[in-house]
Ligand binder design. Structure first.
Ligand SMILES: NC(=O)c1ccc[n+]([C@@H]2O[C@H](COP(=O)([O-])OP(=O)(O)OC[C@H]3O[C@@H](n4cnc5c(N)ncnc54)[C@H](OP(=O)(O)O)[C@@H]3O)[C@@H](O)[C@H]2O)c1
Length: 237
């Protein structure tokens, strides 16, 4: 039997890419799922697929993570439908284009920070309402190898992910006395719709999902602080 069987896992950015692959992998473990994205059609078909693979309960909600009230209502409805999160995967993220910082508009900058930094803060605060009293839980924050570098043309995205990294590190310390684990993961290039062009030389989302799942099934006395994994095509350090 899977060590995750019967747990309740919440995943943001589940409509495609890494989040979708992870939801389908965890469905095979028999976990209940609360999933979000903006594409309702993609989420609805994911819900049917996840049930078919073994997930006992699936809740989906389509909304923009830049909408604070929608995040709070996702948390309320998720709690009421599939139950409080045992695991939260803050996975959703985006980078609209690669452009020097001098050309980034204020609107773009704000939108990038809203989804990649502000939204995971808000949703984490919501799930902690249940995790802290229950003295249990695991929060996995999907960062990026951009946190290890200063890549030109990815300034706002890098700032958001590094900000999220800081938040994740502080949470790890603050939540340990409450019995809640916090892990940061740093994927390298993954062949998803994250970028317009296909990259078959990058990791498959299903492979990244396996790496993320490995963080969830560690023995209870192991806390993964940070896990970096990359495709063979990436060799810069
Ligand atoms: N792909 C890579 O090379 C790579 C590398 C390192 C880290 N990452 C990180 O991995 C995570 C997953 O990325 P991915 O590669 O799977 O990208 P993806 O295929 O583009 O999927 C991104 C997911 O985030 C959701 N999302 C984006 N903006 C949103 C918004 N405003 N409101 C609600 N949901 C939103 C999307 O949902 P909708 O489209 O339905 O809105 C989608 O489900 C991100 O945090 C990304 O930064 C990716």
């Amino acid at each position: 039997m899977s060590p995750l069987q019967g747990k309740c896992v919440w995943i943001t950015g589940a409509s495609k890419g890494i989040g979708r692959a992870l939801a389908l992998r965890l469905a095979r473990d028999g976990v209940g799922l609360a999933l979000c994205g903006r594409d309702l059609q993609a989420l609805s078909s994911l819900s049917s697929e996840a049930r078919g693979l073994g997930s006992p309960r699936v809740f989906v909600k389509a909304f923009d993570l830049a909408d604070d009230a929608a995040i709070v209502s996702f948390a309320r409805d998720g709690r009421g439908t599939v139950g409080p999160a045992d695991v939260l995967i803050n996975n959703a993220g985006f980078n609209p284009r690669k452009v020097p910082l001098a050309e980034v508009t204020l609107e773009e900058f704000d939108a990038i920070l809203a989804v990649n930094l502000r939204a995971p803060f808000l949703l984490t605060r919501e799930v902690l309402r249940d995790m802290i009293p229950r003295k249990a839980g695991h929060i996995v924050n999907v960062l990026s190898t951009v946190c290890h570098f200063a890549n030109e043309t990815m300034g706002a995205y890098t700032a958001a992910k590094k900000g999220f990294e800081g938040l994740s590190g502080v949470l790890l310390k603050e939540l340990r006395p409450h019995g809640i684990r916090v892990s940061a993961v740093y994927p390298g290039g993954t062949d998803t719709t994250f970028r317009a062009n296909q990259r078959p030389d990058y990791m498959k989302p299903e492979s990244v999902a396996e790496a993320l799942r490995s963080v969830l099934v560690m023995p209870d006395d192991v806390i993964v602080h940070g896990l970096t994994f990359r495709p063979a095509a990436e060799t810069n350090f």
